[in-house]
Design a binder for this molecule. Structure first.
Ligand SMILES: CC(C)=CCC/C(C)=C/CC/C(C)=C/CC/C(C)=C/COC[C@H](O)COP(=O)(O)O
Ligand SMILES: CC(C)=CCC/C(C)=C/CC/C(C)=C/CC/C(C)=C/COP(=O)(O)OP(=O)(O)O
Ligand SMILES: [Mg+2]
Length: 276
């Protein structure tokens, strides 16, 4: 057993980004940083939830990841599957316990979000589009979580819409990338059901919707202005274009990574404006 696997399996880069987006949602909702305690609690509940979700996802995806992602901790033998299962529930339990100290709605939303991540990993992932929409809804819920933590949704809804739309696009492109392993395990993902080309059209459609929606937060005064969105939108449009042109595993991998870069850049732009 490798100790670093306990960090690696949580996908810390996603968790830290998610935690920051939770705090961003609270800032955008009330116009300023909440109290230090509340800020830390919101960050931890989202980060621990994301960590638990990624860990239990790898537990249930063990067979698929042996084909698609053999380098991950479980398929490479760096951690036992049973350890991953208990570790995910520990992460969820600590996150849920901390959410009690935020407010009742924050506890209830964490309960629903954590349960949705378990349900996704256990049953929803192989369902065409349902799995994609579940992950995207959870990602969209992240800025809303911070807003619920401070008792006001405010402009966090515009961030939630952008997060949802871009992640629908990215999840479909990831499914195009993973068709090989998903086919072997009988997963009925969108690209397997309707073909990679039609799935690419749907992903690109959500990419264009994201570009349109990306001006909403700026128009509402969130972010550092339209110019900061231009590179984000250019990357999203390019990622949408290349997956339309070619649905190979290599192109799908490049497209989904570009969409991930656009998310990081957009969040950085919103965070800079929120903190400066
Ligand atoms: C215009 C624009 C792009 C706005 C972005 C809006 C926004 C606030 C996005 C934040 C989304 C968010 C909460 C991201 C957290 C980390 C993350 C990427 C979660 C979704 O992960 C699921 C994915 O399938 C994990 O796969 P991988 O990244 O390959 O490990
Ligand atoms: C709102 C609260 C309290 C928490 C939200 C926590 C967040 C950010 C959730 C976002 C979605 C997420 C990270 C879900 C975890 C499960 C996951 C990794 C889904 C994607 O997994 P797969 O579809 O199997 O794709 P890969 O494993 O190949 O990346
Ligand atoms: Mg997985």
């Amino acid at each position: 057993m490798e100790l670093k696997a306990f960090i690696e399996i949580t996908r810390p880069h996603n968790c830290l980004l998610a935690g920051l987006v939770g705090v961003l949602g609270s800032i955008v909702a009330i116009g300023h940083l909440p109290s230090a305690v509340k800020t830390v609690l919101i960050f931890l509940v989202v980060t621990l939830g994301c960590a638990g979700g990624n860990t239990i996802n790898d537990y249930f995806d063990y067979e698929i990841d042996k084909i698609n992602r053999p380098e991950r901790p479980l398929p490479r033998g760096a951690m036992k599957r049973s350890t991953a299962l208990w570790y995910s529930f520990l992460l969820f339990a600590v996150g849920l316990a901390l959410s009690v100290f935020i407010n009742l709605y924050a506890f209830l939303l964490a309960l629903v979000a954590y349960a949705a991540m378990v349900l996704y990993a256990w049953k929803l992932k192989p369902m065409p589009l349902i799995g994609n929409l579940t992950v995207a809804a959870l990602t969209g819920a992240t800025p809303l979580y911070g807003a619920v933590g401070v008792g006001k949704i405010g402009l966090a809804g515009t961030l939630a819409l952008c997060a949802f739309l871009v992640n629908v696009a990215r999840e479909i492109v990831k499914d195009i990338e993973d068709v090989e392993g998903d086919l072997e395990k009988g997963a009925r993902t969108l690209p397997i059901l309707i073909g990679k080309r039609k799935a690419a059209y749907i992903a690109s459609f959500f990419g264009v919707l994201t570009v349109i929606a990306s001006f909403l937060p700026v128009k509402a005064g969130v972010g550092v202005g339209y110019y900061a969105m231009l590179p984000v939108d250019a990357i999203i449009l390019y990622a949408s274009y290349i997956i339309l042109r070619d649905q190979s595993k290599e192109t799908a991998h490049k497209s989904q990574l570009l969409l991930k870069v656009s998310i990081f850049l957009a969040v950085a732009a919103f965070l800079i404006a929120a903190i400066v």
